[in-house]
Design a protein around this ligand. Sequence first.
Ligand SMILES: Cc1cc2nc3c(=O)[nH]c(=O)nc-3n(C[C@H](O)[C@H](O)[C@H](O)COP(=O)(O)O)c2cc1C
Length: 224
Amino acid sequence: MINLDDFNELVLARRSMRSFLSTPVPDEDLKRIFETAKFAPSNCNTQPWQVCVVSGETGTKVQQALLASTGVGKFQLDFPFDDSVYNGEYKERQVGAAKAYLSAASIAREDTTGRNGFMKSNLSFYDAPHAAFIFMPQWCGVREASDVGMYAQNLLLAMRAHNVGSCPQTILGFNADAVRSVLNVPSNMKLLFGISFGYFDPQHPLNTVRTERASIEDSVSFYS
Ligand SMILES: Cc1cc2nc3c(=O)[nH]c(=O)nc-3n(C[C@H](O)[C@H](O)[C@H](O)COP(=O)(O)O)c2cc1C
């Protein structure tokens, strides 16, 4: 029988970590994490995720490729990202989260240099020793993206259960061609996002940020 308190604790213990230790996660644990994650549900059991896990030299090469291309403003995303569509409470949540992260990083809003540095650390996996790049085949649409989201949440929880912290990052897909080129991934596999992961210092200010959530009264309606 699954212990409900343990499950709730696991879900609440997961949060996005943005500072990591360099100690790599042992191969055996990596395999167990991905073994568990694969049991995610998907439309018609199609399992439309393809994952590239990078560590060591390959991880550094991917970071360099991302920094080189994204640093000069040359974005090439497989799927558009446009935060100007956020409005009302959605915009407020985005601003609230950004304020919390910048404050934890001791970066003032008007500090352009500091913000650029934070963007670079985003692209450098926040110094995590590993990153997982999540691709799906070109034919996939919004339904398959929802499958991949379920897989990704399994992955984040499985990582946390192994005491491994993580940060899902759209920004790691900001130059999909550069990532594909380093990893020899064919152009018909499309990059949704990446996940930086590794062991973490729970006391680090960037790892103590707890973003707010709307109450369930605002997001769930019960009918009977
Ligand atoms: C698909 C996805 C993409 C994200 N992209 C980024 C990113 O590029 N950089 C980043 O620092 N955080 C990113 N995040 C983390 C969110 O900011 C974070 O999940 C949100 O603020 C809620 O906080 P929590 O994960 O700590 O609960 C992303 C999260 C998701 C699910």
